[in-house]
Structure formats: C-alpha cells, structure tokens
Design a protein around this ligand. Structure first.
Ligand code: ATP
Length: 465
C-alpha cells in the first residue's frame, strides 16, 4: 500500500478553502452542481494562467527545440480508431448487484488494500480477487463480474443522428499533435529532434469521479510530444524525465519530498511502450497519486496514423537520406492535478496572536495577485490616491487587487489567503512624501519605499532573477 502521511492538509480543507476564496466554484452550483464539473473563479483563473504560463515558459519559450500548437476538440473519428481508443480505451467496472451502482474495479481493489496497483489486471483476475477476499460494494452488497467500459465521450455532429454522424470528444488532448506532426515539421522546417507542446481539453466518461478536481470527466492536459530518431530515444527519455521533475521542484517550487517516481508494471504499460513512469504527488490522506505520465512510445502513434490515413508521415533525414517515422517521448501532465497540488503545496495555517492565520504561500510567479493596494483609511484623500496607484499598476499589467473595507489587519489576512506576496499600504505619510509601506506575506515584515520604486521592487521577484 502507498504510504499515507498524516501531516498534510486534508482534501476537505482544500475544497472548502478553494470555494470560500473563489479559486474553484462548483459548476452549475445554483442547480445543485453537476457531477465533478468545476469553474475557475477570479483567483483560480489567475492561478491557472500562471501555471500554464510557467509550463509554457519552461517547456517551450526557454528552449530552442520546442513549438506549440492548439488543436480542435473534434477530430476525425478515424483518429480514435487508429489510436485504439474506440476498441481499447476502457476501464473495468463492477456493478453492485442490488443497487446497480458501478465502481471502477481497479480502484475498488486498491482502496480495499488488496492490490497496490490493479490497473493492469484482467477481468478474470479482478473477479478472482473479489471472490477470494469476499469484497462487497460500499453498500454491503455482492458485486457482479468485471466488464469493460469505454471511456470515450460520444456525440453526433450535424442535424442527423445516425452512425454516420458519430463524433467523439478528445479522449486525450495530445492526439492533434500526432496528426499535425508532419505539417508542423514542414511549415517550421525543423530537423529532428524537436518537440510539439499543447495545452488542451480532454474528456473521459470516467466510471466514478471523485476527490474534487483529481478525477473529472472534463479536464485539461499539458502535453509534450518529443520527436527524435530511434537511436536517441533512450537518451531523450532520461533527459525529459529529469527536466519534468525539475519543472515541479525548480519552476513551481514544489518540495521534492512531495514528489516521487513510479514505474509502470509490465502489464500496466501499453504494449508498444518500452518504458513508462509517472510522477506522483503526495496528496495527503488521498495518498500518492499520478500527476504526470512519461511514456517512451516508439513510433507507434505515427505508424498507426499513417496506416489509417494512408499518408506518408515519415521524416526524411537530410544527412542519411533515410525515411522513417520518428520515435516519440511523451510527457502528459493533468492540469487540474497540478493545480490541486499547487493548493496542497502552498496552503498553510499558522498560529498568530491566539488566532489562525491562513496563508497561501505561492511563489511570486504563481501568486494570483502580486500586490494588493490598501489605503490605511478611506478618508482624507487616501482612497483617491490609492485608487490612482492601483489603476496605474493595472495599466502596467501587474495583477493586483484593491481593498479598503475593514481594519488593515483584516485586510492583510484576506490578502494572505489570496496568496498575495506584497501589500502596499498608503497612509498619511504617503500624502506628504509619496512613500508607501510594503508588507511581505510570509515574513509580515514591512519596509518603507518611494511609491515610484514599487514596480522595480516587484520586478526583482520575477522568475530567474
Ligand atoms: P489515471 O490512471 O489516473 O486514470 P491515466 O494514466 O489514464 O490516469 P493518462 O492517460 O496518462 O492518465 O493522462 C495523462 C494525465 O492526465 C494523467 O497523468 C493525469 O494527470 C491526467 N488525467 C487523466 N485522467 C484524468 C481525469 N479523469 N481527470 C483529471 N485528470 C486526468
């Protein structure tokens, strides 16, 4: 069984915090919500964009061998035949014989502590484990036999609903990259090795959705497909493993002790993959869970799409004049899992003067607001001056907030919860000499600096400085 450290913040605390502060709002909440669908509120969307921008910076902008695309959600249905999703993109479910409630079979065995990783088990093996352990449903009823359940979300496009108009929502976001690979290579005149990145939506009709945004039916993936020659693939696989680990620890600032590698078992891996590892995050009482998968895919994807489309997708090596389908190294991170991990990683409760101070200790680049503008009082022209400074910061494209309601202490606490690294307070001295106090979220220390130096001060906090 995975270790379950008890020192971590509970999921319940994170869920309540995210709702209370407007990071994450249950979708369609006024209708009672809608099974595991979520909206990003004002703080959440800022955090989301910051994670995406750091991912983009780390994996695309700062490298000379990467480009980015954004693909459509609807794709030719043959895509999913070629990829094997129509035939084989299935999880095993078992049904409560009385209530007809359905469970994902591997999770049921894992949650009951019977098998650590049940993802690769056959229906017969699942049935055996259930029988031998006399496993019952959560309602105490017997369970039926394990059977396959396809995860693709199916719909119809166009005014007619028949077999000819069946379409699928993307089961994995990266599919466009395989189909576009040749067009991207031609139009950018790239030579191997190079990679294509994409952030996009994926949809899976998951049997059970649970644990907040950890498993949902609509989610986003941040994908990298790195194309290279077969001989170099092992080397690049190792390089990408290190690089993706560094993204979490060096770029997002996650503690290394909250991350670990897990190699896929032989029976869990896709048959064509020569190696597969997950980066897992320690989600407290939820245990260690997959956040990103790294797959050494060989040339399988391009072989399949070239077979099903009848198109030659091969690369022409300018040195050897050989033509071949490149090998692909894939790094696929689930956006909402990284988002959730960022909340776990940065949520803190501290005792302060007989109360609890809640702090979202995001690194500067992740913080939704970089600075809050707070006039000490509303009167005597302080609000007006503060509003002018606030507008000026926004015009300078600084993500910032403004708050003049309540005592300054209460406002500091609200900003701590937002994760805002700096609070800028304008007081009576500001009216005299144009200086402000800057208070830091983590140390709570204050310094006094000229108002005109604030931007420069913030700039020093930026990533890489
Ligand atoms: P799992 O075993 O948790 O179902 P997976 O191995 O099927 O995930 P992949 O197909 O490798 O996942 O997808 C890449 C990433 O997409 C995963 O590492 C995960 O972070 C994310 N992901 C997959 N399914 C979901 C989902 N239902 N909700 C949110 N994120 C998901």
């Amino acid at each position: 069984m995975s270790e379950n450290p008890i020192t971590k913040t509970s999921l319940d605390t994170i869920v309540k915090f995210a709702r209370r502060k407007g990071f994450v709002l249950p979708s369609s909440e006024i209708y009672g919500g809608y099974a595991a669908t979520y909206d990003f509120g004002p703080l959440g969307i800022l955090l989301k964009k910051n994670i995406e921008n750091l991912w983009r910076y780390w994996n695309v902008t700062s490298r000379i061998d990467m480009v980015e695309i954004e693909g459509a959600i609807f794709m030719h249905p043959k895509t999913w035949e070629a990829s094997g999703h129509i035939g084989g993109f299935a999880d095993l479910l078992v049904e409560d014989t009385v209530t007809k409630k359905r469970y994902r079979a591997d999770h049921l065995l894992e949650d009951a502590g019977i098998v650590e990783n049940a993802g690769g088990l056959s229906p017969e093996q699942i049935d055996d484990f259930i029988n031998t352990n006399n496993l019952k449903s959560s309602d105490g009823n017997t369970l039926g036999k394990a059977k396959k359940f396809n995860l693709l979300v199916k719909t119809h496009l166009g005014p007619v609903e028949d077999e000819t108009t069946v379409a699928y929502l993307k089961g994995e976001s990266c599919a466009n990259i395989y189909l576009d690979w040749k067009a991207v290579q031609d139009t950018t005149r790239r030579k191997l090795p190079f990679g294509i990145a994409q952030i996009g939506k994926a949809f899976r009709n998951e049997i059970t959705v649970k644990q907040f945004m950890f498993r949902t039916r609509e989610f986003e993936q941040m994908d990298i497909e790195y194309f290279c020659g077969p001989k170099e693939a092992d080397k690049f696989y190792e390089e990408w493993k290190q690089y993706r680990w560094d993204f979490y620890t060096k770029c997002l600032g996650f503690k290394a002790e909250n991350l670990r590698w897990r190699q896929h078992e032989q029976d869990e891996k896709a048959f064509y993959a020569s190696d597969a590892w997950d980066i897992e995050y320690n989600f407290g009482e939820m245990g260690w869970k997959e956040m990103e998968g790294l797959h050494h895919r060989g040339s399988y994807d391009l072989d399949q799409h070239s077979k099903f489309s009848g198109q030659d997708l091969r690369y022409l090596d300018p040195v050897t004049n050989e033509r071949f389908n490149p090998y692909i190294i894939e790094c696929s991170a689930g956006f909402s899992r990284v988002f959730l991990a960022s909340l776990f990683e940065n949520y803190r409760e501290e005792s302060l003067e007989s109360e609890i101070r809640v702090v979202a200790s995001f690194p500067y680049e992740l913080a939704p607001y970089k600075i809050a503008v707070l006039p000490l009082m509303k009167k005597d022209g302080l609000s007006e001056k503060a509003l002018r400074a606030y507008k000026e910061l926004r015009i300078q494209n600084i993500s910032c907030s403004y708050d003049e309601a309540g005592s300054i202490g209460k406002r500091y606490r609200r900003c701590d919860e937002d994760g805002t690294p700096w609070c800028m307070c304008l007081d009576y001295q500001t009216l005299e000499d144009d200086t402000v106090t800057l208070r830091h979220r983590d140390t709570m220390e204050q310094i006094r600096i000229p108002l005109e130096d604030v931007l420069e001060y913030l700039d020093d906090e930026k990533f890489g400085k």
